[in-house]
Design a protein around this ligand. Structure first.
Ligand SMILES: [Zn+2]
Length: 311
């Protein structure tokens, strides 16, 4: 049994534009998926996406939400991972999947993500909570791994050289990211010699990092892993950020969603079923609105409609 705490840790290679981070999610992964019955392949894919969301949000230093989505027209419809970061660098993750049919029908435990995807797209959404501009990028789902899709995305859309390793054994998810910051982001004046030196460092570090195994990512403590991989390099490791599972759903949000259905729809569901039940896709929490609750939803809407100008 693994005893490692979940962790997300940034590191830099001193005096070079190369930086990285490592993530290991066990409790977060298990809590996020404990109420969802998923085929094994999708469970592993969600684990990898969770690790990826933590790695990417650590590079952004953003206060807000980073959402990674895979959409497809195949048996798999949607994978969503949302990673929210606080001002202190701590992160909260939630995740969900949608597919057609039953497990064992079109989707079984042996299927890998890419066997279930047709006309797939990968989408990344940044939703800053500090007033910054929201951003959405979308690319075709090409390549044969989630890490390859993300590396292509980072190079094409962000022009940042990035290498990512992800793994998930169904119990834990883990990953490592390294990046070479663009020359313009360096404080020092760039000479050709220095640029050549940076490139050499990037190639060397990339090669050393590529020797990492899934077993090492999943089971070694961060410091041990960094020493093993980059023994000769001058690596500075930062404090770990707190990571965990958390779902941001609220009864109020669900009520707002129901209000958008309109009085007619609400009335018809109540007449048919006597109550309205909504399950959160992420945490599976059940929100129930009985006849009285439902009437209040409609009364509120009626008040809003009849009282323009009153807020
Ligand atoms: Zn929820």
């Amino acid at each position: 049994m693994k005893t490692n705490q979940d962790s997300l840790q940034r590191f830099v290679f001193e005096n070079t534009p190369v930086r990285g981070n490592l993530v290991n999610l066990t409790q977060t992964f298990q809590q996020a998926l404990q109420k969802q019955h998923l085929p094994k392949g999708l469970r592993r894919a969600l684990g990898e996406l969770m690790a990826a969301s933590a790695l990417l949000s650590a590079t952004l230093k953003m206060h807000g939400a980073l959402v990674l989505q895979i959409q497809s027209k195949g048996p798999l419809k949607l994978l969503v991972v949302e990673c929210s970061s606080n001002l202190d660098g701590g992160i909260k993750i939630r995740a969900t999947a949608k597919w057609t049919g039953e497990i064992g029908d079109q989707i079984n435990d042996e299927h890998t993500l890419f066997e279930l995807v047709d006309h797939g797209h990968f989408m990344i959404t940044l939703d800053p909570k500090d007033g910054g501009q929201a951003y959405q990028g979308i690319v075709p789902l090409e390549g044969d791994s989630i890490s390859a899709v993300l590396e292509n995305y980072m190079l094409r859309s962000e022009q940042i050289d990035t290498k990512i390793w992800l793994c998930c054994d169904g119990e834990s998810a883990a990953g490592m990211l390294i990046q070479k910051l663009p020359e313009t982001m360096n404080q020092v004046t760039q000479t050709e010699e220095l640029i050549g030196h940076d490139l050499e460092t990037w190639n060397r570090v990339g090669y050393l990092a590529s020797t990492v195994t899934d077993d090492e990512l999943l089971n070694l403590p961060t410091e041990t892993l960094l020493t093993r991989l980059f023994n000769e390099e001058d690596v500075r490791l930062f404090e770990a950020s707190e990571t965990g599972f958390s779902c941001s759903c609220t009864r109020e949000n669900v009520a707002n969603m129901l209000r958008m259905l309109g009085d007619e729809e609400i009335t018809s569901i109540i007449e048919e079923q006597g109550k309205i039940e909504v399950n959160c896709d992420f945490c599976n929490h059940l929100y129930t609105f009985d006849k009285v609750d439902a009437t209040q939803l409609m009364v509120t809407e009626a008040l809003l409609i009849t009282s323009p100008g009153i807020h």
